[in-house]
Each structure stands twice: as C-alpha cells, then as structure tokens.
Design a protein around this ligand. Structure first.
Ligand SMILES: NC(=O)c1ccc[n+]([C@@H]2O[C@H](COP(=O)([O-])OP(=O)(O)OC[C@H]3O[C@@H](n4cnc5c(N)ncnc54)[C@H](OP(=O)(O)O)[C@@H]3O)[C@@H](O)[C@H]2O)c1
Length: 357
C-alpha cells in the first residue's frame, strides 16, 4: 500500500456493522480517509465518529444526488443495507435488492474502485430451491450484479454469521425463550429454537470484536480477495454448549485479554461465567418457531429450514475460520496492535456476563 490518500465511504456508519468497519479503518496506518455516511450527522454515533477523525457526510440511500456527492472521489465503498428496514419492506415499494442495485450503479458511475458488500450466499441455490431465504437470496444477487461492473477493480462479499451481539439484545432474548436475560417460570434462562441441522453448530461472529477488523483486512488487499464471498466467523458452537458454558461456575479458561503483560498480575483471578441456571430446549420443527407476522422472525424460521436442509452449514460451505483470523491479523498489524485470536463464545459470555471472584 502506498502513501496515496484514499477515501473509503462507509454506508450505515452509525449502525452495528458500519460502525465496526469505520472504527477499525479509523485506526489504520494507511492513508485512508473514512467518510461516514448518515442521515443524521448530529446523532451521538455520528458525532463520536467525527471526533475520531471521520469525515461525517449527510446522505440518504434513497436520494441519488446525495449518494452521488458522497461517493465522488471515493476509492473504496462499504455497503450494508438493512433488509428489514420499513423503507424496503413496504408492499409495492422498493425492495432491499432494488436499493442495493441502485447504490452499486451509482458507486460504479462515481468511480469507486473497491466495493465491499455485506452479503449472503444463496440458500435457494444451496438447497436446489427447497429452502430459499428471500432476503439472503436477494443480497446474493446484488453481489453478483456488482461483479458485472468493469468500473470496479475489486468486488468482495463479506458474509457475516449470526451476531454475538444478539446475545446482549433484549428483543432477541425474548424471541428465543428469554436466554440469557429473562428467566422462565421455572427459574431457568431457557434458549429455545428449532434444530440447526448437521452438527448443530451456529456460525457466530462478534461484529464489534472481529467483523470490523475482518472487513478492514479486505480493504488492505482487495486484489487478493476480489470476486470472493468471504464468511465472517468468530466461532461455531452448539446451543447446548452455549447454555452449559453460560452456567459454568468452575474455573474457566483465563480469557485471552488476561494474557497481556499488564494483566499478568490478575492471572489468579477466578472467572466464573455466571453460575445461573440455563438450558436449551429444541423445538420439534422449524414450523414451531413463533413468528408473530414479524419479517425478521419469519426470516429466522426460514433460516432454520435452510440450515436443516444444508447439513447445518449457514455459510453454504464448510466453516473457514482461518481466513477470518488472517484478515483480523492483517488489520491489527496495520493498526500496530498485537495479534489476538477471534473471540470465542466463552470469552464473549465472560466479557458480557461473567464475574470475577
Ligand atoms: N442480527 C444478525 O445476527 C445478523 C446477521 C447477519 C446479517 N444481518 C443483517 O445485517 C443488516 C443490518 O445491519 P446492522 O445490524 O448494521 O443494522 P443497523 O445497526 O440497524 O444499522 C443500519 C444503518 O443503516 C443506516 N441507514 C438506514 N437507512 C438508511 C438510508 N435510507 N440511507 C442511509 N443510511 C441508512 C442507518 O444510519 P442512519 O440512521 O445514521 O442514517 C444505520 O446506521 C440486516 O440486513 C440484517 O439482516 C444481521
């Protein structure tokens, strides 16, 4: 990488994925200018990015002029559209795919060279039409559409697994039986869901801990990753292991953060995860998953149907954490930070729910 100043536009920079991407790129030692897009530059998250050195620009994905202006002079473009946003789920209105295709076209016309898109593989293709997931299939089509533009030097798909952040989000806890926040009538923190299929492992990524650095790693070497759909994974684990780990009251592995010099003195601290009663209760069928006519929950039911049809492989193919670790390593090297493993389920639970005794 040379010393040329390069502008990377981050769409959705105030949101979960975009913020993680922007925060990592802002610490890069390349000459990146992070242009953070938002509809509301006054918001707390936008102001935080501005303080950290981002060029915060007001733009709306549905306003072509504002997007053209925001993308002018940009070298890189991170795009993540929220496909459950009411603006793309209103019957008769534009779809997430329409929005994605339009933004891709505007980016190509504006001269963007490196386009990285928050994408999915196609459940429809992987199951020969038996278990489509319309929102995922649509994102896959947008990625393929982008690859057709000769204007881009590199198009890369970043495919996030299930967020670890769902485990700290009340609405998700409520949708899966209460775990890890709300005890049931018998006093258990119960996680209930349809079976995943295959080995029963759920492919999970911490957006804040790992995903931003993985995407940062892609921007560092776009030629290497071009035309690939890259799974973004921190750890795959079963729900049985998750509730068991959450409950553990014995000495746990010292979390990786304890292995730094500053905290060596704390090595004797005993970490318990929570000691709270938790259990996993599988549902007999994906059709038992309550959807309450909610588009997110309907999609989740479809995802369980898909993974059951696809041997538990959410990413379509076998898990590949090696590439994820490599991308994270590259980003951390670029930031001058020590190497660190992608976060484990155990460490995530300890960080958010654990106790020191
Ligand atoms: N939860 C999971 O486990 C999971 C796993 C994989 C993939 N996903 C997918 O991830 C996507 C959601 O991403 P996220 O979690 O990062 O969402 P998020 O936290 O809700 O952020 C969405 C961002 O998009 C921006 N935005 C919304 N409408 C816009 C518009 N018209 N113009 C410009 N910016 C707009 C918002 O910025 P401003 O309000 O500041 O403008 C906001 O920062 C969904 O498609 C979801 O299915 C989720």
């Amino acid at each position: 990488m040379g010393s040329l100043q390069r502008v990377v536009v981050v769409y959705g920079a105030t949101g979960t994925q975009g913020r993680a991407v922007a925060l990592s790129l802002l610490k890069s030692r390349q000459n990146f200018t992070v242009r953070a897009l938002t509809r509301n530059p006054e918001s707390e998250n936008a102001q935080e990015l501005a303080k950290l050195g981002a060029e915060v620009v007001k733009a709306d994905g549905f306003n072509d002029d504002s997007m053209k202006a925001a993308l002018t002079g940009a070298w890189g473009f991170w795009l993540n559209t929220h496909h459950h946003d009411p603006s793309v789920t209103t019957p008769g209105g534009p779809t997430d795919e329409d929005l994605g295709r339009r933004l891709v076209t505007i980016a190509a016309q504006a001269g963007v060279k490196v386009f990285i898109y928050s994408t999915c593989e196609s459940p429809d293709k992987f199951t020969n039409g038996k278990a489509p997931v319309p929102g995922m299939d649509a994102k896959h089509r947008v990625e393929l559409f982008a690859r057709e533009f000769k204007e881009f030097d590199s198009v890369i798909g970043a495919f996030p697994g299930w967020y670890f952040e769902n485990l700290i989000t009340p609405i998700y806890a409520q949708s899966f039986g209460g775990f890890p926040l709300y005890p049931d009538a018998e006093g258990f923190l119960t996680f209930t869901s349809p079976l995943v299929g295959g080995e029963g492992k759920v492919q999970t990524v911490s957006i804040a801990d790992d995903f931003g650095e993985m995407v940062h790693g892609m921007f560092l070497n776009p030629e290497k990753w071009k035309n690939q759909t890259i799974q973004c994974l921190s750890e795959a684990f079963t729900y049985e292991d998750m509730v068991k780990t959450f409950t553990e009251g014995k000495l746990c592995n010292i979390p990786s953060i304890c292995l730094t010099f500053e905290t060596l003195q704390n090595m004797l601290i005993i970490y318990i995860v929570t000691g709270k009663k938790a259990r996993y209760v599988p549902m007999a069928s994906y059709m038992d998953f309550p959807t309450h006519d909610n588009t997110v929950l309907i999609e989740l039911r479809d995802v369980f149907r898909y993974t059951q049809h696809n041997n538990g492989q959410f990413f379509g193919n076998a898990d590949n954490v090696i590439t994820c670790q490599h991308l994270k390593d590259e980003a951390r090297r670029d930031k001058g930070l020590p190497q660190e493993p992608v976060i484990s389920m155990r460490d995530y639970l300890i960080n958010h729910y654990g106790n020191k005794v």
